[in-house]
Design a protein around this ligand. Sequence first.
Ligand code: KIV
Ligand code: ZN
Length: 379
Amino acid sequence: MSQRIYIFDTTLRDGEQVPGCQLTTEEKVVVAKELERLGVDIIEAGFPISSPGDFRSVTEISKAVSESTICALSRAKEGDIDAAAQALKYAKRGRIHTGIGSSDIHIRSKFNSTRESILEQAVAATKYARNLIDDVEFYAEDAGRADLEFLARLVESVIAAGATVVNIPDTTGYCLPDQYGAKIKYIYDHVPNIDKATISIHCHNDLGLATANALAGIQYGARQVEVTINGIGERAGNTSLEEVVMALQVHKDLGYYTNVDSRRLYPVSQLVSQMMRMPVQANKAIVGRNAFAHSSGIHQDGFLKSAETYEIMNPHDVGVPTSSIVLTARSGRHALKHRLEMLGYRYDKPTLDTLYKRFLDMADVRKEVNDKDLMELVR
Ligand code: KIV
Ligand code: ZN
């Protein structure tokens, strides 16, 4: 039987931390409503203690969204946790996401502390949060570089203290997929009370491995994945929502499914890109301008015979209106004929051959030949 993977979207928290991507509360509410419509299970709406604007955003999103759980971030400090709980006052389903650094690098350099004292703080914060709300997620920051034995003890302790979800972030995007998968497996094998909580994965993309790592984490037992639209986030970004959802959908045989309506992926990607003034790179998987564009003659010929020769998913399934054939100097006769026919022109072979020669001359100069250029050619 297929297993449900819960989608935790942090576009409005980890994503919005990106310089230049800040949104107003009103814009965040619009995005949150779209995420709800998309079928996201948990929306991380902000970090309430960090600013009055973030506090207000979490409050307003909590009022506006009723299907998805609304999550608020905090450090392992009572003041942060109080602010998160207050901001979530109107949430139908609220969650506090609290946590602390778990790698020795963070423990020593960031907190000037010891493993034992971090463990105590983690347990105290989890218990404190559980007294305020039923759903508490604990994050072990920089778990990607943390000592495995210590990480397992930390996970066991926060679950015993009441954490319902434990997040194992690869904060610095350091891990390779097999290392990250092995880390999740180790936790499942060495934490006796692991059945009392959901394990969540949160990967950054510093080595371009965020999606691969997230999929490895899922295959080793994690059931919640933390993602952002278009993969935006700190530095090189976070795991991209659309990539994980479509990887699981295309590879159904792996036995996982999500609640996401994949046909909303492209519209939501466009909305977030426009609102955050952050263009989507042309070759971005799933939602980039070129994700369903075919430009070389060999590919175009195959695609026109049968789309599945060069497409592993249907553009409609991700909300992209159509695949496209880009006419360049590398396009063949078949593509030119197809495009001319779409414009209503049919030619016999000799005429098409002549047109094709002229088309190549034009394509060498103009690089990409659009419909207007073709009309000029026809005339
Ligand atoms: O990357 C990270 O560790 C985080 C935590 C705050 C969950 O974003
Ligand atoms: Zn993060």
